[in-house]
Design a protein around this ligand. Structure first.
Ligand code: SAH
Length: 230
């Protein structure tokens, strides 16, 4: 069974969007994953087809109604994890992406405006997920990020090339830096060791750079890596 993605959104025309190109696009064409959308507005019940209303307690913006979103969600076949895109969610990690990619697929809820009525999360099994500490205008681009990360891990999508555990985060570290020809560019040369053909030395250099760069750029990752190692 291919990895099945169902996206609940007010903007179904945003899908597959960039996932229709390159690796993900080819995989979609080959049937390695599927992409369905559900228009949340189709589940509105009033004459104006409204999906949102003003926030209880006052304040700016509009909130997506629990009844309308739940009806949209209940129309989707179960058996796959349901994830809601929200900056209030648990940050997405490569480990979570790997687990999702190994499963049957995902149902993704894309928010707009101020987000979802909180009662949705109490009434349905929904995992709130954030793609980072910044605020987007809608959950669609977050859903595309999550799907992209999953799809590249599906069997047959990427050559053997970069599926290994060298990749950033797989080892708890950032990946080492890459270089390619020309050997000299604007007076800068590729580090000697990478041209030495000495595989043990190259591996040691890469490990060192992965550690140094992680320590400098991502003290949070470095701390966790060190604690796990010691
Ligand atoms: N008022 C909300 C932000 C709403 S942004 C708050 O402050 O928490 C509108 C929608 O964009 C959200 O419902 C969510 O679906 C999406 N979104 C915004 N930032 C996101 C992020 N970092 N990760 C995942 N989804 C995000």
């Amino acid at each position: 069974m291919p990895f099945a993605a169902t996206i609940l959104t007010l903007y179904p025309e945003m899908f597959p969007g960039p996932l229709g190109q390159s690796l993900a696009g080819r995989a979609l064409g080959e049937g390695l994953w599927s992409c369905d959308t559900v228009q949340i507005r189709d589940f509105a019940t009033d004459r104006h087809r409204s999906v949102d209303d003003t926030p209880a307690g006052g304040g700016a913006g509009m909130v997506l109604r629990a009844d309308v979103v739940a009806a949209a969600l209940d129309s989707v076949a179960g058996g796959r994890p349901v994830l809601a895109m929200t900056p209030r969610g648990r940050p997405l990690t490569q480990a979570r992406v790997r687990a999702l990619a190994a499963g049957p697929g995902v149902t993704l809820l894309c928010g707009r405006f101020e987000g979802f009525d909180e009662r949705l999360f109490e009434a349905r099994a929904i995992e709130p997920v954030s793609i980072g500490d910044y605020v987007l205008s809608g959950g669609e681009t977050a859903a595309i990020v999550l799907l992209d990360a999953c799809i590249r891990l599906l069997p047959g999508v990427m050559g053997a090339a970069s599926s290994g555990d060298d990749e950033s985060f797989e080892s708890g570290l950032l990946e080492y830096p890459h270089y390619t020809r020309p050997v000299e560019w604007e007076g800068r040369t590729i580090p000697e060791v990478l041209r030495s053909g000495d595989h043990a030395k190259i591996a040691a250099w890469r490990k060192q750079r992965a550690e140094d760069d992680t320590r400098l750029r991502r003290p949070d990752l470095w701390e966790r890596y060190r604690n796990a190692r010691d």
